[in-house]
Design a protein around this ligand. Structure first.
Ligand SMILES: CC(C)(COP(=O)(O)OP(=O)(O)OC[C@H]1O[C@@H](n2cnc3c(N)ncnc32)[C@H](O)[C@@H]1OP(=O)(O)O)[C@@H](O)C(=O)NCCC(=O)NCCS
Length: 196
């Protein structure tokens, strides 16, 4: 890729940028990957048109904050991460991530941190929810960035003919920031001192 994609936040190995309509065929390929479909529950294969509509339908809506995830090594798009069901009044949202490729290299963990950082530091959210069912890898990643289990909903998810408990996990902004997970907190604008 010759031109740098429009990153909005960069970590050590991962960067985030907005969703891109030119990447719709790539998002469609990831969406239709069985591991991704089983993870996010959208198991009816997406046509290109349906995927374009899905992506365009989220644009500019205050309840969504979506990112394309890039591997900085070669600036390749590798997945999407998302804050959704954002409730700005109460400061709550749900987190989700799907890497279409390059899984198991630590990139998902870093992308999760960067996305949460945006939610807590830029959007000012207070409480983040993550929900997983059979997905031990996702649960491990969520635990690593500070989420903790707050409850289970029995038999909530059906995946490949087997039923699994939904594992509900949450994380507070204060816990995330205290753990030193933020790259954005140090980038407060220069100018007047902040009010107490
Ligand atoms: C889940 C996902 C975001 C994780 O990102 P990733 O880059 O693959 O994961 P990482 O390499 O950052 O970390 C994975 C961690 O899980 C661990 N892990 C892998 N498989 C595991 C398993 N079956 N059980 C428990 N832990 C597992 C790894 O050892 C690693 O932990 P460690 O760093 O302590 O060794 C990514 O794999 C993905 O998008 N998968 C498909 C879609 C999906 O599952 N989305 C989540 C929706 S709930």
């Amino acid at each position: 890729m010759d031109e740098q994609p429009d990153f909005v936040v960069e970590g050590a190995r991962v960067a985030l940028g907005p969703l891109r309509m030119d990447l719709v065929p790539t998002y469609q390929r990831w969406e239709n990957d069985l591991e991704v479909a089983n993870a996010n529950g959208r198991v009816i294969p997406f046509t290109l048109e349906a995927e374009r509509e899905r992506i365009a339908g989220r644009n500019g809506k205050p309840e969504f904050c979506d990112f394309t995830v890039y591997h900085r090594a070669d600036q390749a798009p590798i997945g999407v991460s998302s804050l959704f069901q954002i409730d700005h009044r109460n400061g709550s949202a749900q987190f989700g991530i799907d890497l279409g490729e390059r899984r198991g290299q630590g990139l998902g963990t870093e992308a999760t941190r960067l996305t949460l950082d945006w939610g807590f530091t830029v959007l000012g959210l207070h409480n983040m929810l993550a929900v997983a069912a059979w997905n031990e890898r996702a649960i491990r990643v969520y635990t690593k960035v500070g989420f903790r289990e707050v409850g289970r909903r029995r038999g909530m998810g059906l995946t490949m003919g087997r039923r699994y408990d939904g594992v509900f996990m949450d994380l507070l902004a204060s816990e995330f920031l205290q753990a030193g997970g933020s790259v954005l907190a140090g980038r407060a604008p220069h100018g007047s001192p902040p009010s107490e």
